[in-house]
Design a protein around this ligand. Structure first.
Ligand code: F6R
Length: 234
């Protein structure tokens, strides 16, 4: 893993942007994208740049089950607000959280990923070490799947909702095996509340208890951390 430690997420965003710009320059065509607070500074720098994604494909990691694309808490809505409205891609894929048959939707999404191998995948990191919505204990073999979010993730997401009972309890997530097939993985993590997960991901045993530790087995991972998130590294 290549580890870049920055002062804060603004500086981290610039480093993340440079990795997107380099990937683009080197012919990357398919970009795996994440939602949440972490990638926002990178997306801002991409928006402010002259990078052009109108020939590129994006594939998002996950979506809540039960929220429509125009619900302002859905990940589809988030992506349009924070990136796609300003930087459109030729085609943008997200799981459909309103699909009637969730298993069929998971299969459809796996086919999308298989047909469009991801060149660069950006990830955030859950406080419990999740990536995508692959919560602790998730099998490393399964593809896109239905997830019951853990209480820790529901609590972390509650800040975006008026009432905790409105926070969705289920999501559809790309699987760890698909994430691992990406040619280059960029993980960003900011803030002291991520420090334990960062330490486990980089220095801990490679274990399903901390899903991000699987990245120790990938040969092209770049990790961008602020000082607080890096504070427990030895
Ligand atoms: C989002 C995602 C999640 C987040 C993680 C961190 O698409 O897949 O794994 O990256 O929960 O969230 P933030 O960035 O809000 O701290």
């Amino acid at each position: 893993m290549q580890i870049i430690i920055v002062k804060d997420e603004v500086e981290g965003g610039q480093e993340g942007y440079k990795i997107f710009a380099d990937a683009k320059k080197n012919g990357a065509h398919v970009f795996g994208l994440a939602t949440g607070s972490t990638p926002i500074t990178t997306y801002k720098d991409i928006i402010a740049s002259d990078l052009d994604f109108s020939d590129s494909i994006s594939i998002n990691l996950d979506e809540y089950i039960g929220l429509s694309a125009d619900n302002d808490q859905s990940y589809n809505y988030f992506m349009h607000k924070n990136l796609f409205n300003q930087k459109p891609f030729k085609t943008s894929y997200l799981p459909n959280g309103l699909a009637k048959d969730i298993d069929a939707e998971a299969k459809r999404y796996d086919k999308v990923i298989e047909d469009n191998p991801i060149d660069l995948q950006i990830l955030g990191l859950g406080r419990n070490g999740h990536i995508g919505f692959n919560e602790p204990g998730t099998s490393r073999e399964i593809g896109t799947h239905r997830v019951s979010l853990t209480q820790s993730t529901i609590d972390a997401n509650a800040r975006f909702f008026e009432r905790e009972e409105d926070v969705p309890k289920e999501a559809l997530s790309m699987g760890l095996a698909s994430i691992m097939k990406s040619k280059h993985i960029l993980l960003e993590a900011y803030g002291a509340e991520k420090a334990d997960a960062v330490k486990g991901m980089i220095e801990g045993p490679d274990s399903a208890d901390l899903p991000a530790s699987i990245l120790q087995n990938h040969d092209n991972v770049t990790v961008i951390l602020d000082e607080a998130a890096a504070s427990k590294l030895t």
